[in-house]
Design a protein around this ligand. Structure first.
Ligand code: ADP
Ligand code: MG
Ligand code: ZN
Length: 431
């Protein structure tokens, strides 16, 4: 055979049309999943190529790979991409047409189902009918893998906990098969919790460094700037032909910022959950195609969005946790080219976040309250008390050893002035 009988390499090239694995880590994780001898936990940054780790083995394994993913939009994207590659992938959820539902059931009832990847939401996994259907598939030895994408949603200590994800555990107990958990952001305690919640055993862990060497991090003190908006203008004027995201806290800010930018001749549009899905889709696809350059968005934008040439991610106000900040800013520079991550900070924003958090946490456990406060405090400290390289600060938070970047953050470029400005803004806010 062309690749020395290496089925993995030949599927990589023929089915997925990739020249090679992106990293050694991607390759070894993929091979481990294919071997199927242990559960696998993967923590790699967004854009690292986690989907391939289970999609490729799924095409080679004899049975069905069941994928649990939190968002219908994410599922739809993945299924479409897989179908384009000629892989039999389907989604089963509340939006599935009845005729399709029936044909999926029929296929799963075959001695050898032909479906390779079946994407479901965690709610469906908890229903009796689906459980018994999959139970039969497993008894026939045709359940290859159980994949949990965005696995941090399983953990209460994660930044995006979804109670439905806890139901995966019961399914696991009933249907033993190798379990693959994937996430982009999980510190050590979240990792441990995910492994526990999913009842993973003899788990092999693959974690990439959180360090993103092509991202330039800078935090600007709104209260020290004569006009933060002018400052943003100056930044954008040098980047007229570049693609970027500006995250705003509130919908109204997205809309007014998009309007102001358009007025200044920029190609910009707002994106938030209050818009119709029709408008959101239009905005997103114009931005994806490059026809429109700047998207001003709330956090509802971005999960699963895969655009390589995002040159900047601006935070017009501070996110509620360092996890969120890492994930949102990390949408820049997926092509490996230098990209800017600019955060406009003010104590007022931080106080507002804390206020809103406390308003919404009535049903949180004490531990969960502590964890959310800790993430918010870490975010605030990152802005107000920079005492090291930004990349090191992020690394420390995720308990990952990162070296000083040297020239890819405001602190490394000018430690004195960066620390000074932060403390000046801090004392101004407290005074
Ligand atoms: P993640 O889930 O880790 O955020 P994805 O699985 O969505 O990342 O992959 C991000 C992008 O990288 C996709 O466009 C995918 O096609 C691409 N990709 C994955 N593996 C490779 C590879 N070995 N070579 C080139 N591109 C790759
Ligand atoms: Mg992914
Ligand atoms: Zn640095």
């Amino acid at each position: 055979a062309v690749d020395g009988g290496d089925r993995i390499m030949s599927a990589l090239k023929r089915v997925f049309k990739f020249e090679k694995f992106r990293t050694d880590l991607q390759e070894s994780a993929c091979r481990t999943v294919f071997e199927g001898r242990s559960d696998v936990f993967v923590c790699m940054p967004t854009g690292a190529g986690k989907s391939l780790l289970y999609q490729l083995p799924a095409t080679l394994l004899p049975g069905v790979t069941l994928v649990i993913s939190p968002l219908l939009a994410l599922i739809q994207d993945q299924v479409t991409q897989l179908k384009d590659k000629g892989i039999k992938a389907l989604a089963l959820n509340s939006k599935t047409k009845k005729s399709e539902r029936i044909s999926i059931m029929a296929d799963l009832n075959l001695v050898s189902p032909t479906i390779k990847l079946l994407y479901v939401t965690p709610e469906l996994l908890a229903t009796d009918s689906f459980r018994s259907l999959m139970g039969d598939v497993r008894k026939r030895g045709k359940l290859s893998l159980l994949v949990v994408d965005e696995a941090h949603c399983v953990s209460q200590w994660g930044h995006d906990f979804r109670p439905d994800f806890l139901k995966i555990k019961d399914f696991r107990i009933l249907n033993q098969c190798p379990c693959i958990a994937l996430t982009a952001t999980a510190n050590k305690s979240v990792q441990k919790d995910v492994v526990k919640q999913l009842q993973m055993e003899d788990v092999k862990t693959f974690t990439a460094s959180v360090f993103r060497e092509n991202l330039y991090y800078v935090v600007k003190m709104k209260d020290l700037l004569p006009s933060p908006f002018e400052d943003l203008m100056k930044f954008l004027k040098n980047r007229r032909d570049q693609t970027g995201i500006i995250y705003c806290h509130q919908r109204i800010d997205c809309v007014s910022l998009a309007k102001d930018l358009s007025g200044m001749g920029f190609s910009a549009a707002a994106y938030h959950a209050g818009l119709t899905s029709n408008i959101r889709d239009k905005v997103q696809s114009k931005w994806m195609s490059g026809e429109m350059k700047i998207i001003t968005a709330t956090v509802s934008f971005g999960m699963g969005v895969d655009k390589k040439d995002v040159r900047f991610v601006v935070h017009w106000s501070m996110p509620g946790s360092l996890e969120s900040y890492y994930q949102e800013s990390g949408r820049a520079g997926r092509d490996g080219k230098r990209s800017e991550c600019v955060l406009y900070y003010s104590r007022e924003d931080s106080n507002l976040k804390s206020f809103l958090l406390k308003q919404s946490w009535n049903n949180y456990s004490d531990e969960k309250k502590m964890a959310t406060m800790k993430s918010l405090e870490a975010m605030t400290k990152f802005c107000e008390q920079p005492d090291n390289c930004r990349h090191v600060l992020i690394g420390n938070y995720f308990q990952d050893k990162v070296e000083k970047c040297g020239e890819m953050c405001d602190y490394c470029v000018d430690p004195g002035s960066t620390a000074n400005k932060a403390s000046q803004a801090k004392s101004q806010a407290s005074g």
